[in-house]
Design a protein around this ligand. Structure first.
Ligand code: ARG
Length: 483
């Protein structure tokens, strides 16, 4: 498209067209009001392309210099807010190219040699997403550090562990938090893996079939830092696939969905733990709101919203994957619809991770150098809850097994003991020794150590178990890993 045509997009697209688009169709097809977010990647990609065109002798050095000068000014205009984005120019690519041509004339028109918006947009989205993935990696590290910080202070704090949301066995609160650290560390691995496939260069695929100009695609890849783990240029190897592949966006959104699901599970627990019936933790007031009618309330809005926003991100995954289904090769305009879900996924995830790192770990007080205002833990409430519900019944069964009973018999014997304790409305550890011996004569005084929460905890000393020594070893491992 010539600069004249770019300037006059309010008229017909080109000489071939007998009428301009209607206003409604223009609005329907334009993407500039959301894809302008890609401007930095667009300029970066264009500069790498121009540099290669010059190196290959496809454009002259003065055209290259003009393009560099024009792009520098455009970047400045966009940053300062002076740049005028025009709906008539449809998308970020045409807006920037038109302004470049306005500023530097023919050199601007030569930039698009050997390139199409199809490979241009695919390159822009990949470059932009690569940066966001790096940001997310950092935020995941912050959140994991915050969880490890709280875990470190709560190794000896005991809460009831649940299965089926029924009291099951006592666990260390640190152990519970470290379960989330495991989830978020797998999320970080997944994002790192998605990054490898995102960081590949479509540019040079041109519209769909490659181009007649002698492009050096590997040079462009190197300029843009699109290299594999060995430092070799990473270039999309099939032009049809290069312009139409959006797998990387879909798998990114899948990784983001899983990460949000982990956030949502943590949210659900925080919401439960903050309710009056549990009273296990408090989050700082700045993450809660009051009720307009019930003056006593403090609502856990942030975890609730995070749980809700998880649905939104999972919805984006459904949107993107459905967008691809049924598209014939190669590029189709359908792909323009990849941006809003992708942008919103990134915004939702990054905001959520930032808020959660602060809500769990607190905010740095520059005066003291310490973090303040993170999660407040009510250890006595957790422990009191662990005392209810016969959390150490399995320990009694294990005790009897060690005395020679087969496990199934021990299980049945303890069921009788629990029934008796229930009818006395007391814990197993509160039954007198003579009563316990009535269930099995092998029971001795040392049973009370086994029936204690602390005894139960430290007995689970297998790798990955909740014994404080194991939990401390895990904390050390995470610290070394997270730096
Ligand atoms: N705005 C378009 C997109 O986001 C750019 C590519 C358009 N290419 C085309 N041939 N119409 O996908």
């Amino acid at each position: 498209m010539s600069s004249n045509q770019l300037d006059k997009k309010s008229e017909a697209w080109s000489a071939l067209f007998s009428e301009p688009m209607s206003e409604l169709v223009k609005r329907y097809t334009a993407s500039v009001f959301f894809d302008k977010r890609l401007w930095q990647a667009d300029i970066e990609g264009s500069l790498a392309h121009a540099e290669m065109l010059a190196a290959q002798g496809i454009i002259g050095p003065s055209d290259h210099a003009d393009i560099q000068r024009g792009m520098a000014q455009i970047a400045q205009e966009i940053e300062s807010g002076a740049f005028e984005w025009k709906l008539d120019l449809e998308d970020v690519h045409l807006n920037i190219e038109a302004r470049l041509t306005q500023l530097v004339g023919d050199a601007g028109k030569r930039l698009h040699t050997g390139r199409s918006r199809n490979d241009q947009v695919a390159t822009d989205v990949r470059l932009w997403l690569r940066g966001e993935i790096d940001l997310i990696g950092g935020l995941l590290t912050e959140l994991q550090r915050a969880l490890v910080d709280v875990a470190e202070k709560n190794v000896e704090v005991i809460l009831p562990g649940f299965t089926h949301l029924q009291v099951a066995q006592p666990v260390s609160f640190a152990h519970h938090l470290l379960a989330y650290v495991e989830m978020f560390s797998r999320d970080a691995e997944r994002f790192a893996d998605v990054r490898r496939r995102t960081n590949r260069l479509p540019l040079g695929s041109a519209a769909l079939a490659g181009t007649t100009y002698p492009l050096d695609r590997e040079r462009v890849a190197r300029t843009l830092g699109m290299v594999d783990e060995n430092g070799a240029p990473a270039v999309c190897q099939n032009s049809l696939d290069g312009v139409s592949d959006r797998d990387f966006a879909i798998e990114f959104t899948a990784a983001a969905s899983l990460c949000m699901v982990h956030i949502s599970r943590l949210s659900e627990e925080l919401i439960l733990w903050m309710s009056q019936n549990f009273g296990f933790v408090k989050i700082a007031d700045r993450f809660t709101t009051g009720s307009s009618i019930m003056p006593q309330k403090k609502n856990p809005d942030v975890p609730e919203l995070a749980r809700g926003k998880t649905g939104r991100v999972v919805g984006h995954l459904m949107g993107l994957i459905t967008l691809m289904k049924g598209q014939p090769l190669a590029y189709n305009k359908d792909n323009q619809e990849d941006k809003e879900p992708l942008f919103d996924t990134v915004d939702t995830l990054t905001d959520t991770l930032r808020i959660f790192a602060e809500m769990v770990g607190g905010q740095l007080n520059p005066a003291t150098g310490a973090k303040e205002g993170g999660l407040t833990v009510n250890a006595p409430a957790m422990e009191a809850a662990a005392q209810k519900g016969y959390a150490t019944a399995t320990d009694l069964a294990d005790y009897l097994v060690k005395k020679g009973l087969p496990f199934r018999d021990a299980h049945e014997t303890v069921a009788h003991a629990v029934k008796a304790a229930t009818s006395h409305n007391c814990d197993l550890s509160e039954l007198p020794l003579t009563v316990l011996q009535g269930f099995h004569p092998s029971i001795e005084k040392d049973v009370y150590e086994v029936l204690s929460l602390r005894g139960s905890l430290s007995a689970r000393h297998t790798l990955g178990g909740t014994a404080p020594a194991q939990v401390r070893a895990q904390i050390a491992r995470h610290r070394a890993r997270l730096g």
